[in-house]
Every structure is written in structure tokens, then in C-alpha cells.
Ligand binder design. Structure first.
Ligand code: G6P
Ligand code: MG
Length: 226
């Protein structure tokens, strides 16, 4: 089986916006009177906005305190904080090697789809100049179910007419890797921490990574039939 399509998560894979999400939640928590420490960053990675809010409120012992409308208001406040960071983003924030890797895939005729749960993904793509490198974009505005549900990746594959077994997902979060596997896709973990333990192949970053190394790595992992 050859690789026909690569589907990329955005936050924490192509840009370091996972940090901005964390900082926005930590700011919200401070406003509520408690700290959401850096050690908790991994616990919200890849979770939807409302699921993240749940985790943050629990960390402050406030999981029962707010009615649904108040939760919506808190989530909107966090999003406003997050958008302040996104508004200041530039193409220089694309993580090392990503643009080169996307261009190499394009040069080999391999499809490139963005698959993010974030409703702000389009804005980040525009701020960073990444959008033209993708054939299609699936983001939180198109989805009914958050990762680890496979909807985002199955929709991404269908947009370019690829079968799940022909797709490879790039993810930094455990919820995203589970979503890829539930979609029947192989997954490359970006980052070598515990969150990516379940991925078929793990890379520290895209720096010096090539489509050839991708095929060879998955082959060695037993994931590619010749
Ligand atoms: C991605 C990020 C999460 C974020 C989610 C929703 O999955 O990894 O940290 O909570 O998107 O993002 P949004 O920008 O719509 O709040
Ligand atoms: Mg991510």
C-alpha cells in the first residue's frame, strides 16, 4: 500500500499553538482564583474546547460550580485570550521542517489535508501562510464529534478520495492518535513524550524529515505493504 494522503493535526504539530491554548486556559484559571500549572498542559492537549474547560475546572475543584451558560461564557473568554496570541502569529512560527516536508509531499503527488478540531484552525493557517500547502482543510467548524472520535480524519480522507489505509496522520496528542487508529489510519507521533507512545512511528520534529524517511519508518514498523 502506498501513501496517498498525509493528514496533519495543527496545534502542536505544525505550530506551537498548544502553548497558546495552555496559556489562555492558565489565564482563565487565574481569573477564577486558581493556578493551572504547566505540568497540566499535557492533560488538555488535543481535547475540544469544552472538554478542556472541564479538565481545567476540575483542576481548580470547580467542576460543579458553573451552569451550562456560564461554561459557554468561560469558554468564550478563553477563546478571546487565545485569539490575542493568534493575532500576533507570523510565518516564522511554523515549526522547523514543516514547510519543506509539505512541499516534498506535494512534489511526489501525495495529498495533504489539515485535520484539526480547532474552530480557529483557518485563522492560524492564514496567519502563518500555511494554507496554500494543503489540498483541503477539515477543522472544528466542520465536525460534530471531537477527537478521539475518528470523524475529522475520515472526513479529511474522503475530501481527497483516499482510503483510510492509504492515509498517514501526524499527531502530537494521545486523543488524536487514538482517533487516527479508530479511522483505520497509521499515525506518526510528533514529539517523543508519553503522549505519542501509541504511534507507529515517532519523530522529534519535521527538521530533516522526508517522505522517503516516512515510508521507510512505517515499513520498518510493519505498517506498509509493498
Ligand atoms: C485542538 C487543540 C486543543 C483545542 C481544540 C479546540 O484540538 O489541540 O487544545 O482545545 O483544538 O480548539 P478551539 O480553537 O476551537 O478552541
Ligand atoms: Mg495537536
Amino acid at each position: 500500500m502506498t501513501i496517498r494522503c498525509c493528514i496533519f493535526d495543527l496545534d502542536g504539530v505544525l505550530v506551537d499553538t498548544a502553548r497558546y491554548h495552555y496559556l489562555a486556559w492558565a489565564r482563565l484559571a487565574r481569573g477564577l482564583g486558581f493556578e493551572f500549572p504547566p505540568a497540566c498542559e499535557a492533560s488538555i492537549r488535543g481535547l475540544s474546547r469544552m472538554d478542556s474547560l472541564e479538565v481545567v475546572l476540575r483542576a481548580g475543584g470547580m467542576e460543579r460550580r458553573f451552569a451550562p451558560e456560564e461554561r459557554e461564557r468561560l469558554a468564550a473568554e478563553k477563546n478571546a485570550f487565545y485569539l490575542e496570541s493568534v493575532a500576533a502569529m507570523t510565518p516564522a512560527e511554523v515549526l522547523p521542517g514543516c514547510v519543506e516536508f509539505l512541499r516534498s509531499l506535494r512534489g511526489r503527488g501525495i495529498g495533504r489535508v489539515l485535520g484539526s478540531s480547532s474552530k480557529n484552525a483557518g485563522l492560524v493557517l492564514d496567519r502563518t501562510g500555511l494554507r496554500p500547502l494543503f489540498d483541503d482543510v477539515v477543522d472544528g467548524t466542520h465536525l460534530t464529534r471531537a477527537k478521539p472520535d475518528p470523524e475529522v480524519f475520515l472526513l479529511g480522507a474522503s475530501r481527497v478520495g483516499a482510503e483510510p489505509a492509504q492515509c498517514v496522520v501526524f499527531e502530537d496528542a494521545a486523543a488524536g492518535i487514538e482517533a487516527a487508529h479508530r479511522a483505520g489510519m497509521r499515525c506518526v507521533g510528533v514529539g517523543t513524550g508519553a503522549a505519542t507512545a501509541a504511534a507507529e512511528l515517532r519523530i522529534a520534529s519535521f527538521a530533516d524529515f522526508t517522505p522517503g524517511a516516512l515510508a521507510a519508518g512505517l515499513d520498518a514498523a510493519g505498517g506498509v505493504d509493498k
